[in-house]
Write a protein of this length. Structure first.
Ligand SMILES: [Zn+2]
Length: 141
C-alpha cells in the first residue's frame, strides 16, 4: 500500500492538478451526467465525456505555464459574465427608482435616480460631464 501511494505521488509530481477552470469542467461534466440519468441522450453523453477528458488532460498536464494562462483567460471571461448578470439583475431590481446610463467618454456604467427631465451628469470615473434626458421617471416635485 505504501509503495502504491509512493508511486502515485511520484506520478502526480509536477502535474498541474486543480484550478478554477478544472473545477468548472468537472462540475459541467457532473451536471450533464445528472441531467442525462433518464434521457440517456448520446450527444449529452459525448459532451459529458468531452468535459471529463478536458478535465483529466489539464489535471495531469505537466505544462504548468500554459494551463495557468488558460485559467487566467477563463477567470477573465467568468468575471465579465458574472458582472453582466449582476448589472442586469440590479437593472431589473431598481427599474422603478434608478436608470443605468453609459458614460459617452469612458463607457462606464453610471447609476442615476430615475427623475423625469434633462440632467447634467458628471462621470465619477473620467470626470467628464454630459447631459442626459430621462423619460418615464417619477415626476419632479
Ligand atoms: Zn466617464
Amino acid at each position: 500500500m505504501r509503495s502504491f501511494l509512493y508511486k502515485f505521488a511520484m506520478f502526480m509530481q509536477g502535474r498541474y492538478k486543480m484550478d478554477q477552470l478544472n473545477f468548472a469542467l468537472i462540475s459541467i461534466s457532473l451536471a450533464l451526467s445528472i441531467i442525462n440519468v433518464f434521457p440517456r441522450n448520446i450527444i449529452i453523453y459525448l459532451f459529458e465525456l468531452l468535459f471529463l477528458a478536458l478535465f483529466a488532460f489539464r489535471f495531469l498536464s505537466k505544462n504548468i505555464y500554459k494551463r495557468g494562462a488558460e485559467n487566467r483567460k477563463f477567470l477573465a471571461v467568468w468575471e465579465k459574465t458574472r458582472d453582466f448578470f449582476i448589472l442586469h439583475k440590479n437593472k431589473i431590481k431598481e427599474f422603478k427608482t434608478h436608470v443605468y446610463i453609459k458614460c459617452p467618454y469612458c463607457k462606464a456604467q453610471l447609476r442615476v435616480k430615475r427623475i423625469n427631465g434633462k440632467h447634467k451628469v458628471r462621470c465619477p470615473r473620467c470626470g467628464e460631464s454630459f447631459e442626459k434626458k430621462i423619460h418615464f421617471g417619477v415626476k419632479n416635485k
